[in-house]
Structure formats: C-alpha cells, structure tokens
Design a protein. Structure first.
Length: 219
C-alpha cells in the first residue's frame, strides 16, 4: 500500500469514528462500524471490493449507501437487488430493524457472505435470496426496491419494478450522469405506470460528497 493510501485510510477511519458519523447512525452506529470493519478486513480477499476501495470504505461505500435511507423511511418491506457486498442492503437492514430486508444476489459466494454478515450481526430482519431479480418477479412484492450501480435505468426498471407493489417505489443509487438514462427508460416506466423519475442530490454528513438517488413511484 502506498503512503498516499495509508494517509487516505487513516483519514477514512477517522471519518468513520467521527462524532458526525456516530450521530448520523445513532444507536445503529456500532453495528454499522462492525460491518465496515468486516468489509475492510475481508472485502478485497473475497472479491467484494477492489483494493483501491479499502482505504475509502466509509466515504465511498458505507455513507454512500446510507444516503438512500431517508427515502426508505416509510417502507416496511425492502428488496436490495444485486446486493453484492451488502451495499446498500446490509446498511439499510442495520439502520431499519423495523423493516424486512430481502437481499437478492445471483452469485453464490456473495450470498454466502451476506448470510454470514447477517448472522454475525444478528440481523433477524434480513432474508438472503440467491438468484437474479427476474427470477423473483412472481414470488413477492415489496414497498421499495433499492440497488447500487447495478444497471442502466431502463434495464434496472425492468428488473426492479415487477418487485414493487403498486404505490411502492424504486429508490436507487446512481451516478451523476443518470439524467441521460431517463429518456431511454421512459417506455419501460410507462409499461409499469410509473411516474416521472425524481433525481435527488442526497447528503449524509458534512464534508462527504453527496450521492445521486433516483426515486420512481409505481402507479
């Protein structure tokens, strides 16, 4: 690891233990920190995050994932598709013990990780689903479906909206250029009687870069 990465890692660790971050997560902070440390220790080795991501885990992954939380406050059932390392699904499940959180992931080694994390952290509200989102289109509906960096909006809508109950929402973390994906997605959105996508600049703690959240209500 380079000196720059050592410094970055130290800065990120300081951010993760800062009063601002502790305040943001409240009484769920300790569990969130345990998840972050497990991901820091095992994430690269298990192919969940790249080596360059380890020194900036809190800013780029934990807080980035947490940016979706305010938009899921009314949901009692939530599905995270392509859950991977548990970003944002595990972060959501920690913060929302009152909600049932389904983690949908097609890769077996990643479902093993998600199950292990849920067991170690005592997340009784988590259910891990092995498979692609499309395999569950007739199996369940939830109040909200979330995801992070899974696919373009048109494909993501085809994957996600069949899992959303009428009146529920797709609430996803996307890149800053997501506005370019809206027009190509309109046909798919209309097929589910979905509303106009709302592109939101979401903030967590001061000094941390904002995250782009896209929210779409299913009609």
């Amino acid at each position: 690891m380079t000196i720059e990465n050592d410094e970055t890692g130290a800065t990120d660790a300081a951010l993760g233990s800062s009063p601002a971050v502790r305040g943001y997560f409240g009484d769920r902070y300790e569990l969130t920190a345990r998840f972050a440390e497990k991901l820091r220790a095992e994430g690269e080795l298990r192919g969940l995050i790249g080596p360059r991501e380890v020194p900036r885990l809190w800013e780029r992954h934990i807080l980035n994932s947490a940016a979706v939380l305010p938009f899921l406050s009314a949901a009692r059932t939530i599905a995270d598709i392509g859950s991977g390392a548990g970003l944002p699904g595990i972060v959501v499940a920690i913060a929302r013990p009152d909600a049932e959180v389904l983690l949908v992931e097609p890769m077996e080694r990643r479902t093993a990780w998600l199950t292990e994390v849920a067991d170690e952290l005592g997340l009784a509200n988590v259910r891990v689903k092995h498979g692609r989102a499309e395999e569950y289109h007739e199996a369940f509906e939830v109040d909200a479906v979330t995801s992070r960096a899974v696919a373009a909006l048109s494909k993501l809508a085809r994957m996600s909206l069949p899992l959303v109950r009428p009146g529920g929402e797709m609430v996803v973390l996307k890149g800053r250029n997501v506005a370019q994906e809206v027009d190509p997605a309109r046909k798919v959105l209309r097929s589910f009687r979905a509303g106009e996508p709302e592109i939101i600049e979401a903030h967590t703690v001061e000094g941390v870069e904002s995250t782009t959240v896209v929210r779409v209500r299913r009609g």
